[in-house]
Design a protein around this ligand. Structure first.
Ligand code: HEM
Length: 409
């Protein structure tokens, strides 16, 4: 089995068994070296040092609309793909810097820090609901009742999306985030287009309302800077970035909470440490991010000719798959990488990316998880898995579809 080449590695990752547990496959990828060739002109990079460096290298960029149109002739027929290509996530300099600085000017560290009391209140409320639902010993799905509801509530609060509209977002978010997967079916693409159209209509109306009657929320603030004197964000860009903030705001953090609870179940000493305060919530959350990252891979394209990656030449029409999940388990970077150790110092996992596209929501995701996980474990000292959890069938966004628990033993 060790004799797998790069293509066999990626093929193995794309099987249901591979995406359910990619870590043994990542270990084999490390044994192949820092980079290996896959498919026609692509390179696969599992090494921490190289992933870290490529994310920051201005000679590489994300696949933008022009690049995507080049390798996917149907790209322009898909509203979801087109919309995402107008967001920060799929633009390079100079458009990326223009959009990102506008968003960052309103989605500030101060605004996120000010959310802390609202996050604590939401955690308390959801824990009480969990207690009520599981009071008679019934199994409750943690993903549905808590892991999804907390981040969706928080991002909607931040954006200014009314409470009554939030229940629709779980399915719509899931339909859209499939676009991040390396291989998707025509049916999934059609569902993503429909989800994108529905959310664009919804967010367009919300933006119009806030334009007419601004409030203290992020949609009002973003509409204001978008409409600024120098007309800095087009209407399409405004909607694309609002949609990205909404979906990125819960799809990933939901998985961080689920992956974190599953790891607490697998490592009762760590859960006890978190309850007693012997293990810091920040240390626990950083180790969850490293050990089982909610985002497992991203990709980059060369922006200039004549590049190579760790000595391997890259064709100008090639690309690079950066295995974040493998980099976080790189034996050259981490002592005993397959050990879950929330007392690690200076872990600096690559789960939020790096360089110009570094995750805009990292501070918010950390705030939610460091508040929620210790509160959950302390509130329910006998919290336990009720049945085997079910993983989502995704490679890129790694998390659980369901994680049934009982709150009292
Ligand atoms: C555990 C939770 C999260 C993880 C693991 C995560 C991961 C990432 C990663 C890896 C990237 C970079 C992708 C690349 O370079 O190709 C990214 C970008 C981004 N994330 Fe997150 N994210 C999380 C939570 C959030 C939240 C809560 C928000 C919004 C409130 C958010 C908004 C964004 C945005 C807007 C970008 C694009 C930034 C850019 O392209 O300049 N993320 N995220």
């Amino acid at each position: 089995m060790d004799a797998l080449d790069g293509t066999e590695i990626i093929d193995a990752l794309l099987t249901p068994a591979g995406s359910a547990n990619p870590y043994p496959i990542y270990a084999r990828a490390h044994r192949l070296g820092p980079v290996s060739r896959i498919w026609d002109e692509m390179l696969l990079v599992p090494e921490y040092r190289t992933v870290h460096q490529l994310l920051r290298d201005s000679a590489f960029g994300v696949a933008d609309a022009q690049a995507r149109g080049g390798f996917d002739p149907t790209f322009h027929e898909h509203s979801a793909r087109l919309l995402l290509s107008r967001s920060v996530l799929e633009n390079n300099a100079p458009d990326h810097a223009r959009m990102r600085s506008l968003i960052a000017s309103v989605f500030t560290a101060r605004r996120v820090a000010a959310l802390a009391p609202a996050v604590r209140a939401a955690v308390d409320r959801l824990l009480t609901e969990l207690a009520d639902l599981g009071a008679d010993g019934t199994a409750v799905d943690f993903m549905e009742t808590f892991a999804f509801r907390l981040p969706v509530g928080v991002i909607c609060e931040l954006l200014g999306v009314p409470e009554s509209d939030r229940f629709r977002f779980r399915d719509l978010g899931s339909a859209l985030s499939v676009l991040l997967e390396p291989v998707i079916s025509p049916q999934e693409l059609a569902t993503a287009d429909a989800a994108s159209d529905e959310l664009v209509d919804y967010l367009g109306e919300l933006a119009d309302q806030r334009r007419a009657e601004p409030r203290g929320d992020l949609v009002s603030a973003l509409v204001q800077v978008a409409d600024g004197a120098d007309g800095r964000l087009s209407d399409q860009e405004l909607l694309a970035n609002l949609l990205l903030l909404l979906v990125a705001g819960f799809e990933t953090t939901t998985n961080l909470l689920g992956n974190g609870l599953a790891l607490a179940f697998e490592h009762p000493w760590a859960a006890d440490g978190l309850r007693s305060g012997r293990i810091s919530s920040a240390g626990f959350v950083e180790e969850v991010l490293r050990y089982d990252s909610p985002v497992q891979l991203t990709n980059r394209l060369p922006l200039v000719e004549g590049l190579s990656v760790a000595g391997v030449p890259l064709s100008p029409t090639g690309g690079v798959l950066l295995l974040i999940g493998a980099a976080n388990r790189d034996p050259a970077r981490y002592d005993r990488p397959d050990l879950f150790d929330p007392t690690r110092q200076d872990s600096q996992a690559l789960s939020f990316g790096g360089g110009p596209h570094y995750c805009l929501g990292a501070q918010l995701a950390r705030l939610e998880a460091t508040c929620a996980l210790p509160a959950l474990l302390s509130r329910f000292p006998r919290l336990a898995p009720a049945r085997e959890p079910v993983r989502r069938s995704r490679l890129v966004l790694r998390g659980y579809q369901s994680l049934p628990v009982t709150v009292r033993g």
